[in-house]
Design a protein around this ligand. Structure first.
Ligand code: AFP
Ligand code: FBP
Length: 334
């Protein structure tokens, strides 16, 4: 069968007028960095890339060596191409400017270089998440405020999952498309056109060890699922939790489901656990583009106007009917 590469896919999207040359280059460059990250992760102990650096990041978490390597690979790959005005990384406190020797473009790139990095040493899938915005003032050097745009303003979003296969899942606003890395040939092959999330599901993902900290609407929803056939839902539900958002969302995009990292008594002071700009917004755009829904419990995630670069937010996303039910339970409880 004839193969379509990521490059061909992007060129055809450009010809159809759905993305411009700079956005095409941007996605190609991110994909190139992702290939380098995939190789590095796969070497593990062989390349001495496991373990911690001993340094805390802006999130107050001790950085893993691979967090730092993945961050550097993305920054270095993207700084010289002339397509970006600036970058922001979950691992870096301030925004990252384009070095003066290189031209500045019109796009802003945001990323979580290595999501789920607590899974690395146990050889469980991790990922990279990215989001693309336009620099609101094309002529000006971006500031933190330039990045504080609601998720609806994203022009592209995606993630890479480093699992049994490395896959890149992407939206530029015309559906969700998945690509699988052919390692030997060294390029991404278009394998999953128009990924869609069925409106109903019997699978949920949440860290149940936090049950005692949840708010009543979330507790009610999960208790009803766990009650199965004998409960008000009248059927059984299955649970899956990888503790790597990319993996849990990838499963949800692949076969349906609902993923919850809700507000709870532990994360209330921070406003939630996951980061709005690097995790919630790109995943919300992908999920909506795939026919699903994404909320913080009460509001559509993509409509939240960010106040800070590293803002956290509760996340509930996946099959539309289930997400809507969770939203209704919150409304009833308010
Ligand atoms: P790390 O990247 O620090 O491992 O965190 C991953 C994550 O932010 C997200 O990918 C998971 O869904 C979530 O944490 C898992 O959180 P719990 O450890 O509380 O289950
Ligand atoms: P499969 O071979 O069908 O994937 O089953 C996997 C498995 O036997 C174990 O690897 C895993 O721990 C368990 O099933 C999961 O069971 P459950 O679906 O009940 O959570």
């Amino acid at each position: 069968m004839r193969r379509v590469s990521l490059s061909q896919f992007l060129i055809e999207e450009q010809r159809a007028g759905r993305l411009d040359a700079d956005l095409r280059l941007l996605v190609e460059v991110v994909a190139r960095a992702v290939k380098a990250i995939a190789v590095t992760i796969s070497k593990g102990k062989l390349w001495d890339v496991h373990g911690e650096t001993g340094v805390e990041n802006v999130q107050g978490e001790v950085q893993k060596k691979l967090d730092v390597i993945a961050n550097e690979l993305l920054l270095q790959a993207n700084e010289w191409g002339g397509h970006l005005a600036a970058m922001a990384s979950e691992e870096v406190e301030e925004i990252c400017h384009i070095p003066f020797e290189y031209p500045r473009g019109g796009y802003l790139l945001l990323f979580d270089p290595l999501d789920g990095s607590s899974n690395i040493e146990v050889n469980i899938s991790v990922g990279t998440i990215f989001s693309v915005l336009r620099n609101p003032d094309r002529e000006a050097i971006p500031t933190e405020a330039s990045f504080l745009q609601p998720g609806t303003a994203q022009v592209a979003a995606g993630y890479a999952i480093y699992g049994p296969a490395t896959q890149l899942v992407l939206t530029t606003g015309n559906g969700v498309h998945g690509f699988t890395l052919d390692r030997e040939f060294g390029y991404f092959v278009y394998t999953h056109p128009f990924m869609t999330i069925p409106p109903q599901t019997s699978e949920f993902a949440i860290n149940c060890s936090n049950m005692r900290f949840w708010e009543p609407p979330v507790r009610r929803y999960i208790e009803e699922l766990i009650a199965g056939k004998e409960g008000p839902r009248g059927r059984d539900f299955n649970m899956r939790w990888v503790a790597s958002m990319v993996s849990d969302v990838h499963r949800t995009l692949s076969r349906g489901g609902i993923f919850l990292y809700p507000l709870d008594a532990k994360n209330r002071a921070q406003g939630g656990k996951l980061r709005l700009l690097y995790e919630a917004n790109p995943m919300a755009l992908l999920v909506e583009q795939a026919g699903g829904a994404a909320i913080d419990g009460r509001r559509r995630l993509l409509e939240i106007v960010p106040q800070r670069l590293h803002q956290r937010v509760p996340v509930i996303l996946g099959s539309k009917e289930e997400v809507e039910r969770v939203r209704a339970y919150h409304e009833e409880a308010d």
